[in-house]
Write a protein that binds this ligand. Sequence first.
Ligand SMILES: NC(=O)c1ccc[n+]([C@@H]2O[C@H](COP(=O)([O-])OP(=O)(O)OC[C@H]3O[C@@H](n4cnc5c(N)ncnc54)[C@H](OP(=O)(O)O)[C@@H]3O)[C@@H](O)[C@H]2O)c1
Length: 230
Amino acid sequence: MQKLTGRRIVLTGASRGVGFETVKLFSAEGAEIIGVARDAAKLTALAAEYAGFQGFAGDITDKNLGAALAKAVAARWGACDLLINNAAVQQWNKGFHAEPLDLLEEHFRINVLAAHWLTHALLPMLLRGREPRIINVTSGAGTFSALQDPSMPAYRLTKFALNGMSILYAGDLKGKVAVNVMDPGWLKTDLGGPNAPGEPPDGAVRMLQVATLPFEASGKFWYGDTENAF
Ligand SMILES: NC(=O)c1ccc[n+]([C@@H]2O[C@H](COP(=O)([O-])OP(=O)(O)OC[C@H]3O[C@@H](n4cnc5c(N)ncnc54)[C@H](OP(=O)(O)O)[C@@H]3O)[C@@H](O)[C@H]2O)c1
């Protein structure tokens, strides 16, 4: 039996990596998806392959994107069951003091603020959804103890902040919208690089595990269906 039949899902970062694999797996599980990314050609190709997939080309750092996306969701479904804030960047591997000054701001806009803006814009649609949920895709690099490692400073700090923001939203929306963070694992994607031990489809499998958790699970950090410490 399909696990996501009729689930209405908005997913950012659908054009590559974990998001791309999530479109494939979730479509096979019966989900209907609106996928966001800047690469319109990749979204068009996905829509040609999966009948339930609709592309929405745009940059999530555009603060007006959420309103336009909410309009598209309202027109197609009138509700949303799951928002997955998956798109992110990791662009610096060296120390914090040497990092170009604008880089942290850019990482915050993509990795944290865009998820905040999209949550705001889509909340009315989520509140009309069935057992509505938000999954914010984090990283093992963003746990409290992982801050001891000085590599990837902007990325770590933004994932740490995303975790904190998700706890706040989980409290704020308790009983109405389940809000969790999930780590897809270190995977061979553009972001994860060629030395990663895992493959992109592994991340989609973990995403499915989190998307199908009991609705009561909220405010938690998941690696698949295993709970992690923040
Ligand atoms: N791969 C890993 O090892 C790993 C480990 C832990 C956590 N994660 C997390 O998993 C998630 C997915 O990562 P990934 O490895 O799949 O990354 P990826 O292969 O680099 O893909 C990133 C996705 O985000 C989209 N994106 C980036 N900037 C955007 C923007 N400004 N506006 C709209 N879309 C944007 C990209 O689409 P366009 O370029 O088409 O816009 C692309 O679809 C991220 O949250 C990442 O932090 C990954």
